[in-house]
Design a protein around this ligand. Structure first.
Ligand SMILES: O=C(O)CCC(=O)C(=O)O
Ligand SMILES: [Fe+2]
Length: 317
């Protein structure tokens, strides 16, 4: 059997017209934008995240989540979640980048309409932050299974609306990303595949990037963290990405029950009601806190649910 050479990802500079970036994403399902971060912002991000990595253990597949399979998050990776709480100034700057906002708006906003009585009401939907994490692969980190990030939202590909996705990934290189240190594997064009096509390693290209560049990827595009086969002494042995993902703003609970319910009341609610009220992740995994735990796991900890604790907030180790 002959295996055709995988399609490469296009790299385009952040200074190019944004419409060009949109066109490439529509066609390939992903693109590398070089120089997304200025050298100053990149240095700031790396300086701010290092203390969090320093106190972070390597990921073991014995963590509490299993909705995507016990080996979903690469064994031996270091993952720091909830960056808005940990590096708020830097995350703010990233989320204000025109390119980040432009791509999220382009692929996640939509137009809707319905009648309210006699009125025909047109509406535009928006986008919001979906999740954030700093993802470090250390030498020996195992590869991740190829997946579509939108699997967590349990959305079926819709042939009548092939570019529809609930979320868009943005993986910003904090370090150099090379095949050897685990650059993200991507299958360009796979955003248009139906659910029955099996992604193969041979179809992957690797998002090798300079620090400050970013891979933008639709939630429907198959990808995975690579394997870090570096020696610890290699100059680029650590691969660091900042994930700053966006999602459609209506993919959430109508009434925010966790914020609406004081923690003292929530602590007394029975488990079946907590589950129905949104204190457990959805079956596909959305709605997590920290390392993919359900919010309910924080109800009786000192860390609490963050929002309700004014002092002594402890970040999970
Ligand atoms: O670390 C990477 O390169 C990608 C990570 C990823 O795809 C994920 O965790 O969903
Ligand atoms: Fe992913």
């Amino acid at each position: 059997m002959t295996v055709s050479t995988p399609q490469k990802l296009v790299t385009i500079d952040a200074s190019e017209p944004i419409e060009k970036i949109y066109e490439i994403i529509e066609r390939d399902g992903g693109v590398i934008v070089s120089n997304l971060l200025s050298p100053e912002l990149l240095a700031e991000c790396m300086e701010a995240i290092e203390p969090h990595f320093a106190s972070r253990k390597e990921w073991r597949s014995t963590v509490t989540h299993d909705e995507l399979g016990a080996d979903f998050f690469p064994e031996g990776s270091k993952r720091v979640y909830a960056l808005l709480s940990k590096i708020p100034d830097q995350l703010t700057k990233i989320m204000r980048l025109q390119i980040w906002q432009g791509i999220m708006g382009k692929f996640l906003n939509d137009e809707y309409y319905s009648y309210t009585g006699e009125n025909h009401l047109p509406q535009k939907s928006g986008y919001m932050l979906a999740s954030t994490a700093a993802l470090r692969l250390v030498p020996g980190a195992k590869p991740q299974p190829l997946h579509r990030d939108q699997i967590a939202y349990m959305v079926r590909p819709d042939p009548s609306n092939p570019l529809f996705t609930p979320m868009v990934g943005c993986l910003i290189a904090g370090s150099k990303c090379t095949f050897k240190n685990g650059a993200t594997a991507v299958i360009p064009g796979s955003h248009l595949w139906g659910p029955d096509r099996h992604p193969k390693k041979e179809e992957c290209t690797y998002a090798e990037m300079e620090p400050g560049s970013a891979l933008f990827c639709l939630g429907s595009t198959y990808h995975a963290a690579g394997e870090n086969i570096c020696e610890p002494t290699d100059p680029d042995a650590l691969r660091t990405l900042f994930a700053v993902f966006g999602q459609r703003d209506y993919y959430r609970q109508d009434q925010e029950e966790i914020l609406s319910t004081p923690i003292e009341i929530a602590r007394k609610l029975p488990q079946d009601i907590l589950k129905l009220a949104g204190y457990h992740k959805a079956v596909g995994g959305v709605g997590y806190v920290e390392d993919h735990q359900s919010p309910v796991e924080f109800l009786n900890t000192e860390y609490g649910l963050g929002k309700f604790v004014n002092s002594g907030v402890k970040v999970a180790p």
